[in-house]
Design a protein around this ligand. Structure first.
Ligand SMILES: Cc1cc2nc3c(=O)[nH]c(=O)nc-3n(C[C@H](O)[C@H](O)[C@H](O)COP(=O)(O)OP(=O)(O)OC[C@H]3O[C@@H](n4cnc5c(N)ncnc54)[C@H](O)[C@@H]3O)c2cc1C
Length: 342
């Protein structure tokens, strides 16, 4: 539901970066809201890999992606940031009313007035790459899945994974002991996955626990109402084979689209928004953080997104009120957390 109240900061994207931006806004006493196209908070972590462990977030030797999102949401929303889920941001306009002016973010559900914007839209509104074969839509979620949210869904099933990247190889490993059988096909010889995982899958193949085939791709899906078999084709020999499967999981990466954000006069580089050292875009009052940003040395990681959210929000607070310092001080000293200054 749209709201008429002007917020200090509207965050586009409720992934880890957007959640940390909401936290910092609250810590600085700025009102905030998060708008996300997906039905749940968490961005890529919830949409793509909720059951995977993450090992490179400060303070956690390892943590499940879904647990990190749960804790980031508890931290991020503690100061009353509102969330507007299932709403895609479609437009932005500037209103010059009281000499200061503000933005109005337009979504599929309405208008959101805001003094500043933090774009934490990750890889954009993202969509899994499809197989490009007939009947794909008919079988979706009926034996054809473009992501694995809960591995238990594949308990006792004959699974065909398609792809040569991290997701396909990770699931070839993680579905061991869950699925009845796992086959992984890739249309080329080279893989994009981490070498350690490739080695693991090759070892599983040697032990007969996984079948790995290169130069094979999916040609057709068969079944009465749901996938029961699949025809795969060897791109070199043109040989075709039909095998019984319960589930086909293409993990071929994503199309990402900045969508409306491209139309806002922002400097971009490929699908990313260019920012300076304070995470400001070329449009005053619009900041960006997380996977969507581009600058020399950029790393697309949860850790860097969090740092960028902190920089973006503290500079947005200073932009709204030039008397407010950019430096937030140390949280361990702040009255907002019931602490007293050293
Ligand atoms: C399989 C996999 C494993 C990974 N493992 C790790 C890891 O171990 N460690 C690590 O640091 N990183 C890892 N990453 C990368 C990490 O997930 C990203 O760096 C992180 O999600 C970026 O967070 P973000 O909030 O910037 O963007 P995202 O998580 O992409 O969130 C952006 C949000 O913005 C929303 N959005 C986009 N456009 C719009 C719009 N127009 N309107 C409304 N909402 C919009 C999207 O729906 C999305 O929810 C992994 C990624 C993948 C795919």
């Amino acid at each position: 539901m749209a709201e008429q109240e002007i917020r200090d900061i509207s965050v586009i994207g409720g992934g880890p970066t957007g959640l940390f931006a909401a936290f910092y806004a609250g810590m600085r006493g700025a009102s905030a809201r998060i708008i996300d196209a997906l039905p749940a908070l968490g961005g890529q972590l919830m949409a793509l890999y909720p059951e995977k462990y993450i090992f490179d977030v400060a303070g956690f030797p390892k943590i499940l992606a879904k647990d990190l999102v749960r804790d980031m949401a508890a931290q991020g929303l503690q100061f009353g940031a509102t969330t507007h889920l299932g709403e895609i941001v479609t437009g932005l306009r500037r209103v010059e009313d009281d000499g200061i002016g503000h933005f109005v973010l337009e979504t599929s559900e309405g208008d959101y007035p805001s003094r500043t914007i933090v774009i934490a839209a990750g890889i954009g509104a993202f969509e899994a790459r499809r197989l490009g074969i007939e009947d794909e839509d008919r079988f979706e979620e009926k034996g054809l899945y473009f992501k694995v949210l809960d591995p238990r869904q594949f308990e006792g099933k004959k699974v065909l994974l398609v792809g040569g990247g991290d997701s396909a190889f990770d699931w070839a490993v993680n579905l061991q002991g869950v699925a009845r059988s796992v086959m992984l096909i890739h249309r080329r010889e080279g893989f994009r996955a981490h070498q350690a995982t490739i080695n693991q899958v090759q070892e599983l193949q040697r032990c007969g626990q996984c079948e790995l085939r290169t130069f094979w791709e999916v040609k057709a899906l068969h079944g009465n109402g749901r996938v029961e078999a699949v025809t795969i084709r060897n791109s070199k020999t043109k040989e075709e084979e039909t095998i019984d499967v319960d589930a086909v999981i293409p993990l071929l990466g994503f199309h990402s689209d900045l969508g409306a954000i491209k139309e806002w006069g922002l400097d971009t580089e490929k699908a990313d928004v260019k920012v300076d050292q304070v995470m400001a875009t070329n449009v005053p009052g619009i900041y960006a953080a997380g996977d969507i940003t581009s600058y020399p040395g950029k790393l697309k990681l949860i850790a860097t997104g969090a740092a960028e959210a902190c920089i973006a929000v503290n500079n947005a607070v200073h932009y709204i009120n030039p008397k407010a310092k950019v430096n937030p001080g140390h949280s361990s000293n702040l009255a907002i957390f019931g602490q007293t200054e050293d």
